[in-house]
Ligand binder design. Sequence first.
Ligand code: HEC
Length: 255
Amino acid sequence: MKTTSFDHFQQQPIGCRALYTMTLLVLGTGYLFAMIQTFHVHSGRDGKPGLSHTDIQIAYSGSQSDTRLEAALKGSMSGMIRSEDAAVISGWVRGGAKMEKFQQQVEPLLQAHCSSCHGTDSQMRLANPHIPNLGTYADVMKMVQLDTGADVFTMVRVSHIHLFGMTFIFFIMGTIFLHVQMKAIWLKCLILITPFVAIIVDIMSWYLTKLYQPFAWVVYFSGVLMAMAFTVQWFMSMYQLWFFKLPPEQAETGD
Ligand code: HEC
């Protein structure tokens, strides 16, 4: 009799199997909600439906292309100003949005073309608080913040919650999965180890994506890998808990 192997589910008391089953059901539901949450928060950031690596890139490192001011000048406000003048404003934003240049070049343009609606005391703006104030340098600066993605300290908070939480989830899942019978021990070990490696790679890649955007792919694939490991552990455990017939010779030796 091998002492290195775990009891199979079928050799365990019914109470133990009931406990494992209910744990799997609740963890599985939790994982589904986590997926919905992830999808809801990140999908569509790039303007296309579905969750892509570009969405993840934008979530962690920002869109890095347009500020709200530039987006408005290209979009809904494009009819308010000649395109040469709009280009002057964009050039000022791209050049670092300096105070001096604002006073020399940009403020007169805003005065002439925008202040009737966006001025500090424009009637239209007072009636509709959604119209941003473009009356002063400080107010305009609120519209020229580059979208730089998630704040690092928000990421630190989410990281520690994820690292602790995922360890609990996969420790519990793994403890149940240990009682599955698999011929290839190396494969069983791989399935057990994968989610732990994936969560570390995933979280490190959030920060790396901030520095170098293609790491969004690593975030994407480690998430997929983690979900796959969870799914395999869940279904194999559930199947062997209730539907698997242990070969008689193994049932005897407790292998
Ligand atoms: C006739 C009035 C009017 C003029 C003139 C006008 N705007 Fe607007 N602007 C609006 C209104 C109304 C909104 C809010 C609704 C919208 O976004 O279309 C708005 C919204 C904006 C926004 C915010 C868009 C966002 O991201 O929510 C910006 C930035 C902006 N305008 C810039 C400008 C600039 C720059 C000029 C001058 C070149 C200008 N607007 C001229 C009426 C005006």
